[in-house]
Design a protein around this ligand. Structure first.
Ligand SMILES: C[S@@+](CC[C@H](N)C(=O)[O-])C[C@H]1O[C@@H](n2cnc3c(N)ncnc32)[C@H](O)[C@@H]1O
Length: 284
């Protein structure tokens, strides 16, 4: 019996200079500020990649990221650094407000214009799927015809998870049983222990990579935008830039939902506060 050779790569150290270079690159490309404890975070998220990619040091790895004109390695680096924590019906007051206040007014609006919503840092998809289910709960099948949702994130890796819409049973425990039964398919055989978001919900959503630092100046205006639990990773300057960009993307009367742990205090904007962590663009 032959024993395979095992090459034990030594875990590379992270010098202050390398850490500074990574911190700067992450900030420039994503707006994310790496705070205290960043050394541990960078090591935890990138050391394996540096080791198993055969780069030898963080410096070599950074050189490779910068030389890779496809941008794939930079994307992988940002994927590794970004925090993707999310859940279905997270901060459920927002979905109550959507169902009881925002959607009824949009449904009653004269004309046949579609209702447009955007989940602007959608992570693994729980947020946009929750929005879609909330629309279906209120509007029934009409939601499928009238509501169009964009779900976006910086991370292409997490967007693939979002698009697949497959979750472990442990991720859906806070969804009421009736809702689960109505909008999800139970995994069988090899898929046992998972659920998949059903087609009626999935067809309402388009997934796309969008960097909040590079929001287009023109184009579609949204009736509501969810941008939650991402600005917390940005400094005041980046928050200002993102809020201004999002404000430009709101239709008159459109709503911006941020997280209850975030605040627009300290940013200059023209939105009106309507409820905790909910702002609205003026109608005119
Ligand atoms: C903590 S998750 C928030 C998910 C969801 N909005 C929620 O509240 O549960 C933050 C997401 O922001 C994304 N993100 C970080 N920087 C970004 C940027 N510059 N543009 C777009 N998305 C970004 C990350 O990839 C991550 O998926």
């Amino acid at each position: 019996m032959s024993v395979p050779d095992v090459v034990w790569a030594e875990a590379p150290d992270l010098s202050d200079r390398e850490l500074k270079a990574i911190t700067r690159l992450v900030y420039e490309k994503s707006g994310i500020t790496l705070h205290s404890g960043k050394r541990a975070l960078v090591l935890a998220r990138l050391q394996k990649r540096v080791m198993h990619g055969g780069y030898g040091s963080f410096e070599q790895y950074l050189k490779h990221v910068q030389a890779d004109t496809s941008g794939d390695e930079l994307t992988a680096l940002l994927d590794a650094i970004a925090t993707n924590h999310t859940s279905f019906f997270r901060e459920s007051q927002h979905f109550d407000f959507l169902r009881t206040t925002v959607l009824p007014a949009l449904v009653a609006r004269p004309g046949a214009a579609p209702i447009l919503g955007w989940s602007a840092a959608c992570s693994s998809g729980e947020e946009p799927y929750t929005i879609a289910m909330t629309c279906l709960q209120l509007m029934g099948d009409d939601a499928g015809r009238r509501v169009r949702l964009l779900a976006s994130d910086l991370s292409t890796k997490i967007l693939r998870v979002a698009k697949a819409g497959v979750y472990g049973d442990d991720r859906v425990t806070n969804i009421p049983f009736d809702t689960l039964k109505k909008y999800f398919e139970k995994g069988l055989g090899a898929q046992k222990g998972t659920v998949r978001v059903g087609p009626a919900v999935r067809k309402m959503i388009e997934f796309q990579q969008v960097n909040l630092l590079e929001l287009p100046q023109s184009g579609t205006l949204y009736d509501f935008i969810f941008c939650r639990n991402v600005m917390i990773y940005f400094d005041a300057q980046v928050q200002q830039r993102v809020v201004q960009g999002l404000e430009r993307k709101l239709a008159p009367g459109g709503y911006l939902f941020i997280s209850h742990s975030e605040s627009l205090n300290g940013t200059t904007h023209g939105l009106n506060w309507v409820a905790p962590a909910i702002y609205r663009r003026a109608l005119k």
